[in-house]
Design a protein around this ligand. Structure first.
Ligand code: 4YB
Length: 464
């Protein structure tokens, strides 16, 4: 059962359950009443600076309490919010913010904004106060306004900004929560950044249920997870967690996604007492679209309530709950769906035994001696090796074959790269076996939640 909101969700919860815990910040509990007061105070601060409905506000940061307050306050003012990765290169930011019509920039650490962007002051949660606490500053709750902008990690060119309404986020959350148990009293760790759709997914599920959101320093992850019942993790985070002593966790459920999810991983987690859900989602659909409790297959289940799926020439097409209105560009929202409303994902998919399997990105396919190579087919086998956590297969130019695959591996200590070709024999066809293997350099592991395939490709190119 999903909640019907007649006010901004945090304001509604502040009325309906003022003393319930909205947020656990490190060890400190903050009630819905207190959260709503803080948001109101911040609205005043931002309003005094000049922020108005319809303007664009960029918030730079990962997942701090202040960033969350900023996100809620910008929405309540009826402005568009753009969460930004602090590691986004300055040059890219300077190109991007003007075409996204960003008027204001906020960050809790010093940041050079482009000239067109006016900086907002930094602040600390729990230290915001307003003179007359009765004066609330908010626009009417109109859930159908285009208010959030989330950047996609495109393989080339400028990232695109998918625009969502609060309603779309809530509908996405409601669909998942019809399947996955998450109730008031449960707590979800904000374990992924707000600038990625997976972080916003956590926020809107929390708002949907009036449950508890946990905000903590993320290192080490096992400490951040203390007492949490739910977390969203990318597969590499869960691998690392399982290397630690996970005994003290009370984790009920982990939602995995963002990349293909090895059965070895969910099986190891199950042995450690953690039940996993496998999700398939994307920015344009406001996070999860398909999900299932982890089992012995690598499929991602079926569409969640409210979504429709269709395979056209093996491409996954989606529409329904959570879908973005379009991409924001220069004051306009450009459609991202076809005339029937379908979003063409560029993911190659298959239906087997009534469940969707994601085979890989269509753009990643390359040809070697006339044979098509889908890098993900090779990567999926590589990660079944007990010492391999992550693998990327990229093409390198080759005089004889046009292109040949090489593999870049993120492994546990003790892996002998020179044995991998032998190990792969019989598991994949001969022409798919990579010509060389490299260890993934740490500098490629920084930044967002996903390692950029383009960056891996360029790194390999720089070696040859
Ligand atoms: C996949 C894939 C899969 C995505 N197999 N390829 O709340 C969640 O659903 C969540 C929980 C934990 C971690 C991540 C999430 C997400 O939202 C992930 C959403 C995401 O990755 N969005 S994205 O726009 O950055 O990339 C989308 C692309 O990622 C898809 O088009 C696929 O190519 C790929 N992907 N889940 C294989 N299970």
């Amino acid at each position: 059962t999903s909640t019907v909101f007649s006010n901004w969700p945090w304001q509604q919860w502040a009325t309906e359950q003022p003393n319930a815990t909205a947020i656990i910040r490190e060890q400190q509990s903050i009630s819905w009443r207190c959260l709503a007061d803080e948001v109101n105070a911040l609205c005043h601060l931002f309003y005094q600076q000049g922020v108005r409905a319809g303007q664009g506000v960029a918030l730079s940061g990962k997942s701090s309490p202040e960033l969350l307050l900023g996100y809620l306050a910008v929405l309540q003012l009826g402005a568009r919010v753009l969460p930004l990765n602090p590691q986004l290169p300055e040059a890219l930011q300077a190109q991007l913010l003007p075409v996204l019509n960003i008027d204001w920039g906020w960050s809790n650490s010093p940041l050079a904004w482009p000239d067109s962007v006016k900086p907002l002051p930094s602040f600390i949660m729990k230290q915001l106060s307003i003179d007359s606490p009765d004066t609330q500053l908010m626009t009417d709750w109109s859930s159908a306004r285009p208010l959030t902008m989330t950047l996609t990690s495109g393989s080339s060119g400028l990232p695109k900004a998918a625009v969502h309404t609060p309603q779309a986020h809530l509908a996405n959350a409601a669909g998942l929560l019809q399947r996955m148990q998450f109730e008031a009293g449960d707590s979800w760790l904000l374990s992924l950044p707000l600038f990625h759709v997976s972080g916003q997914g956590v926020i809107w599920r929390w708002l949907q249920k009036g449950a508890t959101l946990v905000l903590r320093h993320m290192h080490p992850l096992e400490r951040a997870l203390a007492g949490c019942t739910h977390a969203s993790l990318v597969p590499t985070q869960l691998w690392r967690l399982l290397e630690q002593d996970a005994d003290k966790l009370v984790l009920k459920q982990v939602l995995l996604g963002g990349a293909s999810i090895p059965v070895e991983l969910t099986e190891r987690a199950r042995q450690a007492g953690i039940s996993c859900w496998c999700g398939y989602g994307m920015t344009e659909m406001a996070s999860t679209t398909c999900a299932k409790p982890a089992d012995a297959s690598t499929g991602v289940g079926v569409p969640l309530p409210g979504r429709e799926l269709q395979l056209v020439d093996n491409e996954v097409w989606l529409r329904g709950s959570g879908q973005a209105l379009g991409y924001w560009l220069q004051g306009e929202i450009r459609p991202l769906s076809d005339s029937q409303g379908w979003f063409h994902t560029r993911d190659r998919g298959e239906m087997r035994n009534g469940e969707l399997y994601i085979c890989g990105r269509m753009d990643n396919l390359f040809f070697s001696g006339g044979e098509g190579i889908q890098p993900e087919d090779i990567e999926r086998i590589l990660v079944t090796h007990p010492l391999i956590e992550q693998a990327f297969v990229v093409p390198v130019d080759d005089v004889e074959f046009g292109q040949r695959p090489v593999a870049v591996i993120d492994a546990l200590p003790g892996l002998d790269l020179s044995q991998l070709s032998v190990w792969l024999e019989g598991k994949i066809t001969r022409f798919q076996i990579p010509d060389s293997y490299y260890v993934l350099p740490v500098e490629l592991k920084q930044g967002g939640i996903k390692i950029s395939r383009l960056a891996v490709k360029e790194w390999v190119k720089s070696l040859n």
